[in-house]
Design a protein around this ligand. Sequence first.
Ligand code: S3P
Length: 176
Amino acid sequence: MKKSSIALIGFMGVGKTAVGRKLAERLDKEFIELDDLIERRAGKTISTIFQKEGEEAFRELEIGVVKEVSGRKSVVIACGGGVVLNKINIDRLKKECLIVYLTASPEVVLKRTAADKTQRPLLEVADKTLTVKELLYFRKPFYEQAADIIIDTSKLDVGSVTEQIIDKVKENESFT
Ligand code: S3P
């Protein structure tokens, strides 16, 4: 059965949200931002959830929203960077989505996350460079294993990443 949805995965700051919004527009699909959905369902910000309830509780909420949206057809889903940490999320997403993994070098991640206003509790640490490198190193195999398509965004702007995704998903025989 052909898939009509796309899920964007990858580390914080690789551009999942900006690219996802543009991609949805270009492909005439609905855009879903999982972190926004978590905040709406929980009635709290991601920062508050991490602070008051901890990362485990956040991951449970994340599993809940992935379950909620994973059957949707013709949508583009921007996932939070840690969605790959629970395999159940990827198993669910794979039913209707091609999984596109956006990568970027640690230097680019640090630059982009410093420049945007999104609050990222996991990066509120003394040594951001070390944290980014460690998390990237730990997560890389999870992202790679989940990915149908991989795009290095380090030297690309949002528009170019979007066009590359469109080219690649159109070549993919399991996408409609
Ligand atoms: C997280 C990434 C964030 C958000 C939360 C945890 C992670 O999303 O889900 O802060 O574990 O990498 P973005 O990747 O959209 O920043």
